[in-house]
Design a protein around this ligand. Structure first.
Ligand code: ADP
Ligand code: MG
Length: 642
């Protein structure tokens, strides 16, 4: 009886079989990559077990078209598959995430996108085949197995013969239609050009027995004859179709953008070209080639636990680790790519990596190189840098905050924040260069969105003075700024700080003091109602049209309080100790203040209580914080309306 595919695999298969995807030719690339992976595995296994089985030159991937049988066969002498592996690897779609992604985004993505995005490996062969046979014999086993499937109605597995370990995949091509000539895939020139296009860098020979013509040898005598015409005959000869030089070992000047892009997309399962390619070949005490890519969009699983940080690690052309975290600092986790070094031992284990001097030294240089390239992009290609920063700037901010700010010097000139005056990103340097002479601090404001921040009463004095303010909307922003403290000797200051550090004349200071003194009764009365909710109540210097706002003293800002409370709530920590020092500022020029003052003078405690609590709640709302008792708040407003 036929075995059934797991249900997700079945659906994916249906999708492949009915696909109208225009790029069906990628199936060959997928099968060749699998064959190459299988040889890698075998080579690595034999080398690490100290076996001297096959020499490196004995490995090959062989393509055999058969026009009469209408089949295309791809065969390798790699690690092979056991019966269980055939079932598990070909009967189910790998946990690569591609299919999960499709389900979650059903409405937005159509099938064509999915195939283009992920390639989806082995199953892509069903786009061109009506039937597929896989004969495989695992390394170290005597028994081979045949896996057969004609598509989504299931597959069969039975015992089979194969003289040695490896895998042979035979595709029974579909009938040609008006739109698709599947038989083209049996043409030698077509196969050759596909291999060159997609699989040239594969490090094992991809061989095809090609048809060639040559002149039939004639004797000197025959040639001298007057009616001599050379005769031609066809013969067959193995030909290696790929150059086998990994792209990262080739000269930069000889690699086209398209080659880099194709390589990136194939290798790192992205469907868009990278934003930036970084290719370095270093020789000396430490030798390595690194080929790194900055994606042009955030990987779909970037913020999930499925995302694997790190670079691929090769030792003299043999891949020894898929995502080597030690090669990348965590704040550069978005970088994809690989490092190949003859100085790293083939047998290095995950545990040894952290101590390995070579790996550490390479990691340091790579970090430096990436930062250099980013700086270069910031200076000379700002448009792309903005794109980059939109996607991954938050990581750099984490980097600036992390490890007690020890990366400050490395990162400060790569950071940007939205500016209140240009509505665009600005660097610290740009900000400082634009600062008026009397301005002492670098100001920033925090909030949910730049629009909301711009409307807060705390922004008023800055608009009036024409001072630029960084509008910070990411949770990490203020933490990073506080950790870095200053730039170019200028301290960062939150615009809600109780002391804005404006230049003030003695007269101005005196006037402010007198105002507070003159209204002491009112301020005391409000503080009396609010108790510990606020640390003090004062007459504001900064408010223009609004009646009320919060300022904060040293320590936590309100935004930080919000972030930390949310974190504590998630981790089950103590939320109550995380409190900002709230100062309630009142606008004594506002109408409401007169009403409050009258209530105090009349000794009407009910009104004083209502007004004070309302003012407090308003200040909370302006900060985007919830009022403590919404029903109470609503009742008080109704009372006022009566
Ligand atoms: P991926 O290559 O991304 O894992 P594929 O669908 O291309 O996904 O292949 C699924 C799995 O089948 C591979 O991970 C591998 O274990 C196995 N496989 C495919 N082709 C071969 C092969 N030629 N030799 C050995 N194993 C193979
Ligand atoms: Mg694959």
């Amino acid at each position: 009886m036929k075995k059934q595919f797991k249900s997700e695999s079945k659906r994916l298969l249906d999708m492949m079989i009915n696909s109208i995807y225009t790029n069906k030719e990628i199936f060959l690339r997928e099968l060749i990559s699998n064959a190459s992976d299988a040889i890698d595995k075998r080579y690595f296994k034999e080398a690490s077990e100290g076996k001297t089985g096959m020499s490196r030159d004995d490995y090959e991937i062989r393509i055999t078209p058969d026009k009469d049988a209408r089949t295309l066969t791809i065969s390798d002498n790699g690690i092979g598959m056991t019966r269980d592996e055939l079932e598990n690897n070909l009967g189910t779609i790998a946990e690569s995430g591609s299919y999960k992604f499709k389900n979650e985004n059903k409405d937005e993505k159509n099938d064509t996108d999915i195939i283009g995005q992920f390639g989806v490996g082995f199953y892509s062969a069903f786009m061109v085949s009506q039937k597929i046979e896989v004969v495989s014999r695992a390394m170290g086993s005597d028994q081979a197995f045949l896996w057969t499937s004609e598509g989504s109605d299931g597959y069969d597995i039975e015992e089979a013969e194969r003289p040695e370990a490896g895998t042979t995949i035979t595709l029974y091509l579909r009938e040609d239609t008006d739109d698709e000539k599947y038989s083209d895939y049996l043409q030698e020139f077509r196969i050759k050009s596909l291999v060159r296009k997609y699989s040239d860098y594969i490090r094992y020979p991809i061989v095809m027995n090609c048809t060639k013509t040559r002149e039939v040898e004639a004797t000197e005598e025959e040639k001298k004859a007057e009616d001599y015409k050379p005769e031609y005959e066809t013969y067959h000869e193995d030909e290696k179709l790929n150059s086998m030089i990994p792209i990262w070992k080739r000269k930069k000047s000889e690699i086209t953008d398209e080659e880099y892009n194709e390589f990136y997309k194939n290798k790192f399962s992205d469907w868009t070209d990278p934003l930036k390619v970084i290719h370095t070949n270093v020789e000396g005490v430490l030798s390595y080639n690194a080929l790194l890519f900055i994606p042009s969009q955030v990987p779909f699983n970037y913020y999930t636990k499925d995302f694997k940080r790190g670079l691929q690690l090769y030792s003299s052309g043999v891949m020894i680790m898929d995502s080597c975290e030690e090669l990348l600092p965590s704040y550069l986790s978005f970088v994809k790519g690989l490092v190949d070094s003859q100085d790293v031992s083939l047998n290095i284990s995950r545990e040894m990596l952290q101590q390995d001097r070579q790996v550490k030294a390479i990691a340091q240089r790579i970090e430096k190189k990436i930062l250099q390239e980013l700086k270069d992009m910031e200076e000379h290609d700002r448009e792309n840098y903005n794109k980059f920063f939109k996607n991954f700037g938050m990581q750099l901010k984490y980097g600036a905050y992390d490890e007690f700010g020890s990366n400050k010097d490395k990162l400060q000139d790569l950071l940007m924040f939205t500016s209140s005056t240009t509505d665009d990103y600005a660097t610290f340097k740009e900000y400082v260069d634009r600062m008026p002479e009397d301005q002492k601090f670098i100001y920033y404001a925090t909030g949910e969105s730049t629009d909301k921040i711009k409307k807060t009463p705390q922004m008023d004095p800055f608009k009036e003075k024409g001072y630029e303010v960084f509008l910070c909307t990411d949770d990490i922003d203020e933490f990073a700024l506080k950790m870095m403290r200053d730039y170019d000797g200028k301290e960062f200051k939150n615009i809600s700080d109780k002391d804005l550090g404006f230049e003030e004349s003695e007269d101005e200071k005196k006037a402010a003091e007198e105002k507070n003194e003159a209204n002491k009764d009112v301020l005391d009365a409000v503080k009396n109602v609010l108790g510990d909710k606020v640390s003090s109540v004062i007459i504001s210097n900064r408010l223009k049209d609004h009646p009320v706002c919060f300022a904060t003293g040293d320590g936590l800002s309100l935004e930080m309080e919000k972030v930390l409370k949310a974190q504590a709530a998630m981790m089950g920590g103590d939320e109550d100790t995380l409190k900002a020092d709230k100062i309630l500022e009142l606008n004594s020029d506002h109408q409401f203040f007169q009403a409050l003052k009258s209530a105090v003078e009349a000794g009407d405690q009910e009104k004083i209580t209502d007004y004070s609590l309302l003012l407090y709640d308003q200040a909370m709302l302006i900060e985007g914080m919830p009022v403590e008792d919404p029903v109470d708040f609503s009742n008080r407003i109704c009372k006022l309306m009566k």
